[in-house]
Ligand binder design. Structure first.
Ligand SMILES: Cc1cc2nc3c(=O)[nH]c(=O)nc-3n(C[C@H](O)[C@H](O)[C@H](O)COP(=O)(O)OP(=O)(O)OC[C@H]3O[C@@H](n4cnc5c(N)ncnc54)[C@H](O)[C@@H]3O)c2cc1C
Length: 534
């Protein structure tokens, strides 16, 4: 994913009417809270971190750096790592969640890569060019569609940059591509849009080009700042090792309360009360929540008072997509040794990317020859659709695709499979966030604005320029903890938000900044509306 943002620097004018309105909103939101005596066994702490994924442990480490040690972490599962998660397939463990350290080799070192090196995480650099493409009639692609894509995609990026320069509105990636002359006129064209020689639209964002914001897809911090290389984690200790080590660095291994699924959050001006499914309650001055966006979208946690409209609108406006990696173990390896085998299906996104997990440097072959893993990825609506099927139905679909790809071969049925379901998992309801067309910086500010400066929204979705990534989670957790640390010290920062809603008639202003340390422009879509400060 390649996205870069810059927030328009706007001087907030103190508008008396807005301030009064805000006061009314805050009074109304707190007036309905009944004052109850604290339950006897309530646990009190200064800061409560919700979730022990990468963002949660990163927040813990940052609090520690601020000499704040009066905090606890509540985690619904009995493991650290959240969306960095392993599953057993035969005699090996595979990564069902985040798999790559994305953005390596640039002028700034990706902090996840720093940790990976420090703790010897086993990875392999992915060569996305090591691939073959099979057409729907089972023959190999020898066309020049790849070159056509490279040319048109570059032009589309220039069109988006030009829009930003001229102060025009955001456009979808599909619109930019069409303006550049690209047409999805064949299954091969669909496929190259889905995944070119570099992770491109659907395969990277888990979402169709018509949905993705041009401004947030066409260019970005991750690869620009951290470098263009991606490393696939093969370590049997798991990618979650990063989270475990950050927790150790935070000296917080005893601060995690496992199997504590949060069901209720009551917030007021003086703090937050959190209730877990087993009936325990916790009272904290501040809460740093790192839940995935889908957890809020599906109302897995009940807020009292109910979340205001400006917050729910932002939570629903941002996207959390579905990205499903299906791992299949076959009795023997019958596919090519290339890292990727792509399939140009008549139906866009229908089991399009097969990855050879047995390629040189990936999983070692087992002595008995029984370990032969082929991974296929689904994204977006196709992933959501497949999640509703049974494992057997999904495998039947894949077998039919493989027979179409290899009409002259007899393909054995897999001996084992791991089929994750992120969208329907109540602890996530999706895989990672994505910036849709129509989302503005103001919407994002509403998304992350803390409730009463007591309940803070963090996690990967709260990283303005690296949402969706492991490093985004790491950075966001630390940034939110820095803000909370200031609050603990009585110097809470100001947060801009838009309690009266986002105006359609606001001046539309797109701003482009040329960063001193970067060769390309960084742009952002802003409505130009003045917010109020809390
Ligand atoms: C399939 C998939 C592929 C991905 N691929 C990559 C990749 O290759 N590279 C990359 O950089 N990123 C990738 N990502 C994204 C990356 O994994 C995430 O951005 C990152 O791990 C999110 O960390 P987090 O701490 O913000 O959230 P999470 O990991 O979601 O942590 C939140 C924690 O909160 C817990 N929780 C949820 N609800 C409750 C509740 N009610 N009560 C208590 N606890 C609760 C969860 O169990 C979880 O541990 C991928 C994600 C998925 C799912």
């Amino acid at each position: 994913m390649t996205r870069v943002f810059w927030r328009a620097r706007r001087v907030s004018r103190p508008v008396a009417a807005h301030a009064l309105l805000l006061l009314a909103v805050l009074l109304a939101s707190t007036a309905s809270i009944a004052v109850h005596a604290a339950p006897k066994n309530q646990i009190k702490t200064r800061v409560l971190i919700l979730g022990a994924g990468v963002a949660g442990v990163s927040a813990a480490r940052a609090l520690n750096a601020h000499n704040i040690t009066d905090y606890l972490i509540l985690e619904a599962q009995d493991v650290i790592g959240g969306r960095l998660k392993q599953a057993q397939l035969g005699d090996v463990k595979i990564e069902v969640g985040g798999n790559w350290v994305e953005g390596v080799g640039g002028k700034t070192e990706n902090p996840v890569w720093t940790l990976a090196k420090k703790y010897g995480l086993k990875t392999i650099k992915t060569n996305f060019d090591d691939r073959i493409t099979i057409k729907s009639d089972g023959t190999l692609d020898t066309s020049d569609v790849a070159d056509e894509w490279e040319e048109k995609f570059k032009k589309a990026q220039e069109i988006v940059a030009d829009h930003a320069k001229r102060g025009l509105q955001d456009i979808s990636v599909r619109t930019a591509l069409q303006m550049a002359g690209w047409r999805n006129k064949s299954p091969l064209h669909d496929l190259y849009e889905y995944q070119a020689s570099y992770p491109e639209i659907d395969y990277e964002y888990a979402s169709d080009a018509s949905i993705n914001s041009g401004f947030y897809t066409a260019d970005g911090d991750t690869f620009e700042e951290y470098g263009e290389d991606n490393y696939f984690v093969t370590d049997q200790r798991g990618y979650k090792l990063i989270a475990e080590k950050v927790l150790e660095e935070a000296k917080a291994t005893t601060k995690v309360h496992f199997n504590k699924r949060v069901t209720d959050v009551a917030y007021d001006k003086s703090g937050v009360t959190v209730t877990t499914r087993d009936g325990c309650t916790y009272r904290a001055d501040y809460v740093i929540s790192t839940f995935a966006l889908g957890v809020y979208q599906e109302n897995e946690v009940k807020f009292t008072p109910a979340l205001p409209e400006w917050k729910t609108e932002a939570l629903y406006k941002f996207h959390i997509e579905d990205y499903q990696k299906i791992f299949l173990n076959f009795p023997y390896q019958w596919w090519s040794n290339h890292t990727f085998t792509l399939f140009a299906s008549e139906r866009k996104g229908y089991y399009p990317i097969f990855q050879n997990v047995m390629a040189a440097g990936y999983m070692p072959k087992s002595a008995d020859g029984k370990r032969n893993i082929f991974m296929v990825t689904l994204t977006g609506n196709e992933a959501v659709r497949a999640e509703r099927l049974t494992d057997a139905q999904i495998i039947d679909e894949i077998m039919a695709v493989l027979r179409q790809m290899y009409p002259k071969q007899t393909i054995p049925r897999p001996t084992a499979a791991v089929i994750p379901r992120w969208k329907s998992d109540p602890l996530f309801h999706g895989s990672f966030t994505n910036w849709p067309l129509g989302m503005t910086v103001e919407s994002w500010e509403n998304l992350v604005a803390p409730l009463n400066k007591r309940f803070f929204f963090s996690g990967e979705m709260a990283s303005l320029n690296q949402f969706g990534y492991v490093h985004g989670a790491l950075n966001a957790g630390a940034e939110t903890a820095d803000q909370v640390a200031q609050c603990v010290k009585g110097k809470c920062p100001r947060f801009k938000y838009y309690p009266t809603g986002l105006k359609a008639c606001a001046q539309h202003a797109t701003t482009l900044r040329r960063r001193a340390d970067g060769p390309r422009g960084h742009f952002v879509m802003s409505t130009g509306q003045q917010g109020v400060e809390m």
